[in-house]
Design a protein around this ligand. Structure first.
Ligand code: PLP
Length: 235
């Protein structure tokens, strides 16, 4: 039984056939699941977890969120947006030193009103407990969202995702030897997650590691803003 969730995204996200790539790699039919279009401050998969986590925080009377991540964390950007919608104070513990200029996800998190704390080499949220104690001393009720939103409650978001996919496959009369992979036909990937996954998928296709005639699904998890941070590498 799934617990209640706070609505933050646009679901179901589209499941589309990639016509151009299916023509190019004739032995396969390629599909894409568009979690990059899930809404919430330019989309991504983290909104699926945040719907459950934010619901719990509100339901239990918390007013302040802490989470952590890298400077280009999609999770932090989407948490900042979720907090803005739910009227929760958002504190982000960000790895590394404060950069002169904010870019990509970090810039968006700041625009979304998050309080940003830089924690140097403590890149995995080691300072969360200290910050929590400090904020509680100010009378705030603090809820900690784990790194990446990844805990049991957050994982409910992907139970939803699989149900959503099953319904879409039934509607489209499709069966997949499911492969989670990457793509590109007028669709933007990101350099950290989906770009690598897409490269891996093409490698599997080109080296025919996937059985001919298979239907292949690439699950696009979002991450668009990080492209702007890596602009030099992408030019
Ligand atoms: C966080 C993230 C992932 C990984 O998702 P998990 O649920 O944390 O495994 C993949 N792609 C993008 C774009 C992400 O931001």
């Amino acid at each position: 039984m799934l617990t209640n969730k706070y609505p933050l995204g646009f679901f179901p996200t589209a499941l589309e056939k990639m016509n151009n790539l299916s023509e190019k790699y004739r032995d396969y039919q390629l599909f894409i699941k568009r979690d990059d279009n899930s809404g919430l401050a330019s989309g991504g998969n983290k909104v699926r977890k945040l719907q459950y986590l934010i619901y719990e925080a509100l339901n239990k009377g918390f007013d302040t969120i802490i989470t952590s991540g890298a400077q280009q964390s999609n999770h932090c950007r989407q948490t900042a947006a979720a907090c803005a919608q739910a009227k929760l104070e958002c504190n982000l513990l960000i790895g590394g030193e404060k950069p002169k200029i904010y870019n990509g996800n970090l810039l968006l998190s700041q625009l979304l009103g998050a309080k940003i704390h830089f924690n140097g080499e403590n890149r995995k949220g080691e300072d969360i407990e200290d910050l929590k104690i400090r904020l509680e001393a100010e009378g705030k009720k603090v809820y900690v969202v784990p790194y990446g939103g990844s805990n049991l409650l957050g994982a409910y978001g992907f139970v939803d995702a699989v149900k959503e996919l099953k319904n879409q496959l039934t509607e489209m009369n499709l069966k997949l030897a499911i492969k989670e992979l990457a793509e590109n036909e007028g669709i933007l990937l990101d350099p950290v997650y989906s770009g690598r996954a897409f490269y891996g998928m093409l490698d599997y296709i080109k080296s025919q590691k996937i059985k001919k005639g298979a239907n292949i699904l690439f699950w696009h998890t979002g991450g668009l803003p990080a492209n702007f941070y890596y602009s030099e590498e992408l030019m």
